[in-house]
Every structure is written in structure tokens, then in C-alpha cells.
Design a protein around this ligand. Structure first.
Ligand code: DON
Length: 543
């Protein structure tokens, strides 16, 4: 494909877009000191673990999508959490067999075995140029010297405090003596700094074995969790082939299972591919896009889970003929009711954190990384003496059929809890490639990640630049609940009316959604752009 041939030229410039200026700076300093995009990715991730502690960190995991320019090869590094060996569906059911959502959201039982440290080591060892210790330097400094709190972080502390109050460790760092941080309050994380220094000295092994591992396990168990030393020692990263999809001469490289993103994006694009560009404009275009979302999320709920545990019919779900069948059920004049589709059926809550960053280096290497501890400040639990905020990724499993998780997502056996299993994710780090150039895309936003990335990809293919992609007004349908949730201004009054007349229930979101970070490289102008979501506090910079 022309896109690949041209991609072998060098951009000559690098771009980093991340959710915090200090993280973007950390990545830049590593590039400046001879690191490549992969070293920079570790530096950005480590910095975010400190300065965006409500979103991602050592207590969580995530996905790194890489493009190795000199080999013209894609790699997907799966550093997703896994369920502890003692976890089973009954861990999250009460005596009457009813799901206990709080157990999967709050405190140590909510935490899967983290993957981020192993992910850093893997990325650096296989693809980086600098020692891991170099890429952790800025993060260590930010942890020990402190950084100023900002509104998103302060809001997260207030939101999570009721849960975190149950254990002392979190409050000691984020609201010492009971005082919530305000904008500008210095957040110092000495224990986290020590933890990072250990990893810098001894590698990820220091996280998964030895004293630090023992502290985590002891802390978790003392607070009612079920981790074992063996769970940590057995954690391993998995390298996977990304999902690659074609759409009108564009190539989309995105996340495979255990993310549902690649399958869902493929389904939605395959559905759209059966319409002419003219049919996809205006309210009718939005209608078709919403209907494609509805169908992709129905399949997500029914079929998808960790591929090591469940055989999803991927070849079928991603086949163009399957999309033809789905398309046949779309009425251009009327919204399908989700309950009319075969599948699972049984209200929506909000809880939003996670982070995404995009990097392009001057040699053309790329990283799209979406990393998370799931909810705001994850489980709200820090094992004493570690500074590590544990995730609450166990809520990404389906605790029971027809029982929506915190993002309103349904699931079934394919995504049931099992020891060592990875919970199904929506995180979708993505590359969009066309003759025009490439876009490195991703965002947090729970269930809405997939549709945000999907629409940003459509926007890039339609000619948008990085700033336009991150600013795009968002809307989303996820099969259940049967509604289109949208940002103010996503639809014109005429479009709103036309969609309502078709039978869509439109609900305006109370808060903006997502925090997208995009880097693009336009081959013809050789322009590199880096843009961070206007909804967030991040920064895109081109060097
Ligand atoms: O893996 C997932 O799909 C979720 N744990 C991501 C959570 C998230 O994006 C929260 N966001 N704002």
C-alpha cells in the first residue's frame, strides 16, 4: 500500500500528546537524550503514574500499540491486569447469588494483578534504546519533589474519599490530615518514589517478587483481598497481533482481544462500508453510525472476552458478509430498538478515568498507549508503604448475565470472572493510515472509548486534522441502555429533530466525555501535529 511505502520516509520531527504537560515533557527529555518512541512511552507512562494518579499507574495495566519503523511491523503489548488465582464468580456474589458491584469497585477485592511494570520492562527490553532507569527519572523526581494538584485530580479525590477513608494509606498522600487538595497543593508521593527507584534499580522483577511484592500481598490480604505472591510472580505480558481493518483504502490498526475495540471498530466500519458517502451525511449519516454502534456493542456483550478463555467467533464477527447481514436490519427511517435485536437484555452510571498518549518519533516509530486503573483512583486502596494505587479492573468482568457494570456494559459467560483471566476492555489505541498520512489515536472514557476512537478515525479519513479530531463533539450508543448519549452541540437542532423522529432517545451528557490525545503526520506536507483534548489538562507538542 502506498501508505506503507511512504511511511518509510522519516518525519524528521517527533510529536507527543499526553494528558499532562509534565508527562509530555518527560517523554521529550528521553527523546532528546537519544531514546526512541518506545523509551519515551515508558517515560510518559511513568510520569502519568505520578502526576495523573487517578487515571493510570503501577497498580493497573493497559495496552501499548507500537509501530517499528525500520521493520515496518506492528506490535500490540498487552499489559492488562489478570484476575487473582483465588477469584471466581462467587467472589462477587452475595449469599442470595446477587452480584455485589461494590466488591468489584472498591478496595482490594476489586483489584486485578497489575501489568504496567511488566509492560514497561517488556517495551524497553525489546524495543527501547535506553535503560529502564533513565526513562523513570522524571517520574521519580515528580513523586519525590511533588507537583501541583489540578482540578481533575482534586475532583477525583473528593469523589473517591468516602471509599478511601476506610484505609489510611490513600488519605495520607492525597488528603493529609483530612484536607482535600486544591489547585496548586503540592502532591508528594514518597512511597511511590521509593517504589519507582526500586524498579529503576532492579527492573520489573522488583515489583513482582521480593519485598515490594510481599508488601502488596500483605496489604491486600490484611484489608480483605485475596492476592498471593504466586499471582504476582506469574504475571506476564502477552504480545499479540493487532486487529487490522481496511476501509475505503484506509488501514486501521487497532486493539485485539482482550480489548473489544478492534472487533467493534471493524464491525462498525464494515457496516458503514455498504453505504455511499452521500448516504452517510447529515442526520441519516448519524442514524447509520448509531445503528452500527448498537449492533457492535450487542456482539461485544454476547461474544467477547479474554481469548485464552473463550473462543469468540472472530472470523465471523469481522467478516464483511456478517456486516451485510447486520446492515440489512437497519431501517434508514427508524431506530431499531435494542431489545428487538437478539442477544442479552436486562441504568447507566459514570466513573471515568484512564489515560491515553500518542507518540511519533523522528524516525517514524509510533506508540499509541491506553493505560488505566479503571475508575477514578481505581479501587481507592494503597497497600501500606508502597504508594501504589490498586486498580478496580475486576468490574470490567461481567459479574452476572444481564447485570450492567459501572459503564452500563452487559456481558455474559465469555467475560465471566475466572482465575488468571483478563477482563474484557474497551481501550483501543489505534493507528489510522491512508495515502494522506497517519494518525495515532486513543482516549479514556470506559465504554465510550470505542465509539470516540471510531469517530475520530472517520474524521481523519474525511480530512480532519489533529485539533479537529480531539475537539469533535461526541455521541455514543452501546446497545444497552437504549439511548444515544451525547455532548451538548453534538447535533444541530435539525439533526436532533430528525434523529428523534426516527425513534432515537437522545440524552445530553452532564459532563464532556473522553480525554483524547492525537499525533498526526501528513506525508505530503510532512507536517507533524500533536493535539490534546480541550476537555482535559493535557498537552500536545511537536519537537
Ligand atoms: O479497560 C476498560 O475498558 C476500562 N477499564 C477503561 C476505563 C476508563 O476508560 C475509565 N475512563 N474514563
Amino acid at each position: 500500500m502506498a501508505a506503507v511505502a511512504q511511511a518509510r520516509d522519516l518525519p524528521g520531527r517527533s510529536g507527543i500528546a499526553s494528558a499532562h504537560p509534565l508527562a509530555t515533557t518527560a517523554g521529550y527529555e528521553v527523546l532528546r537524550d537519544g531514546g526512541n518512541a518506545f523509551d519515551a512511552a515508558v517515560a510518559v507512562s511513568a510520569a502519568l503514574a505520578v502526576v495523573e494518579p487517578h487515571s493510570s499507574g503501577l497498580g493497573g495495566g493497559g495496552f501499548f500499540l507500537l509501530y517499528l519503523a525500520d521493520e515496518d511491523r506492528y506490535v500490540f503489548v498487552d499489559a492488562r491486569e489478570v484476575a487473582p488465582g483465588a477469584a471466581s464468580p462467587s467472589t462477587y456474589l452475595d449469599d442470595a447469588g446477587q452480584p455485589v458491584r461494590a466488591a468489584a469497585l472498591n478496595g482490594p477485592l476489586a483489584a486485578g494483578i497489575p501489568g504496567l511494570a511488566a509492560g514497561w520492562q517488556h517495551v524497553v527490553d525489546r524495543y527501547g534504546r535506553l535503560p529502564l532507569a533513565r526513562s523513570l527519572q522524571s517520574a521519580i523526581r515528580y513523586a519525590e519533589d511533588g507537583f501541583p494538584a489540578y482540578s481533575r485530580l482534586a475532583l477525583g479525590v473528593r469523589f473517591r474519599r468516602r471509599v478511601a477513608d476506610q484505609w489510611p494509606g490513600f488519605g495520607e498522600v492525597f488528603y493529609p490530615e483530612g484536607v482535600n487538595p486544591e489547585d496548586g497543593t503540592a502532591i508528594v508521593q514518597q512511597d511511590l518514589g521509593n517504589t519507582l527507584k526500586r524498579i529503576a534499580a532492579d527492573g520489573a522483577a522488583a515489583f513482582y517478587r521480593g519485598e515490594l511484592a510481599a508488601k502488596m500481598v500483605d496489604g491486600v490480604r490484611a484489608a480483605g483481598g485475596n492476592w498471593t505472591l504466586d499471582d504476582l510472580a506469574r504475571y506476564s505480558v502477552v504480545e499479540r497481533a493487532p486487529v487490522v481493518t481496511q476501509y475505503f483504502g484506509n488501514r486501521i490498526v487497532t486493539a485485539p482481544l482482550p480489548s473489544s475495540g478492534g472487533v467493534a471498530i471493524t464491525t462498525m466500519l464494515n457496516i458503514l462500508a455498504g453505504y455511499s458517502p452521500a448516504e452517510l451525511t447529515g442526520a441519516q449519516g448519524y442514524h447509520v453510525i448509531i445503528e452500527s454502534m448498537r449492533r457492535a456493542y450487542r456482539d461485544r456483550a454476547e461474544y467477547l472476552g479474554d481469548p485464552a478463555f473463550t473462543d469468540a467467533p472472530l472470523a465471523r464477527l469481522m467478516h464483511p458478509d456478517y456486516a451485510t447481514g447486520l446492515r440489512a436490519g437497519i431501517d434508514l427511517e427508524r431506530a431499531t430498538r435494542s431489545a428487538e435485536l437478539t442477544g442479552l437484555w436486562p441504568e447507566d452510571t459514570e466513573s471515568r478515568q484512564t489515560t491515553h498518549f500518542s507518540i511519533l518519533d523522528a524516525e517514524g516509530n509510533r506508540v499509541a498507549a491506553t493505560l488505566t486503573i479503571n475508575g477514578w483512583f481505581g479501587s481507592g486502596f494503597i497497600p501500606p508503604g508502597t504508594g501504589i494505587i490498586l486498580n478496580n479492573e475486576m468490574d470490567d468482568f461481567s459479574l452476572a448475565a444481564a447485570n450492567p457494570n459501572t459503564f452500563g456494559l452487559l456481558g455474559d459467560a465469555a467475560n465471566a470472572v475466572a482465575p488468571g483471566k483478563r477482563p474484557l476492555s474497551s481501550m483501543s489505541p489505534t493507528f489510522v493510515e491512508s495515502d494522506r498520512g497517519i494518525a495515532i489515536v486513543g482516549t479514556p472514557g470506559g465504554s465510550r472509548i470505542i465509539t470516540m476512537v471510531f469517530r475520530a478515525a472517520l474524521a481523519w479519513m474525511a480530512g480532519a486534522n489533529a485539533d479537529e479530531m480531539v475537539a469533535l463533539k461526541r455521541f455514543h450508543h452501546q446497545y444497552f441502555p437504549d439511548e444515544v448519549v451525547h455532548e451538548p452541540g453534538a447535533f444541530s437542532p435539525e439533526e436532533f429533530q430528525s434523529l428523534t423522529e426516527r425513534g432515537h432517545l437522545l440524552r445530553e451528557s452532564r459532563r464532556p466525555f473522553g480525554n483524547m490525545n492525537v499525533v498526526t503526520w501528513d506525508y505530503s506536507s510532512n507536517q507533524v501535529e500533536a493535539a490534546s483534548d480541550p476537555r482535559g489538562a493535557g498537552e500536545g507538542r511537536v519537537y
